[in-house]
Design a protein around this ligand. Sequence first.
Ligand code: DGP
Length: 122
Amino acid sequence: MAAYDPTNIFARILRGEIPCKKVYEDDFALAFHDVNPQAPVHVLVIPKGPYINNMDFSAHAPADVVAGFWRAVGTVARDLGLEDQGYRLVANNGAGGGQVVFHFHVHIVSGKTPPGFGRVHA
Ligand code: DGP
């Protein structure tokens, strides 16, 4: 696996170097609106640590960091009022899995979602 690149766009958002439309933040995660929404609700949740993707995060993040991150994903979905209407979680992993930004992130999408969303770029 390639090394984490600290110049990626989400690392820059975490450092406050570029703005985001923040919806939630705690010790483990930052959540903000996707700049190019694919559904009426499209929010990204990212861990605060330098993990490239799910393979990296699931293998290398300490247990409290993994738990804190996934609790934050649930909190964001709840705070967005999505519990009743439902939502999808998408985590593209690797270029072949459609990942473009190489800082681990989970998409929360709800409402009308285009069929192409989350497609694999084989
Ligand atoms: P992925 O393909 O899973 O790596 O998705 C990356 C997402 O990140 C994509 O839906 C667009 C979003 N994105 C890219 N650059 C920015 C940015 O500067 N700000 C925000 N808010 N979202 C971004």
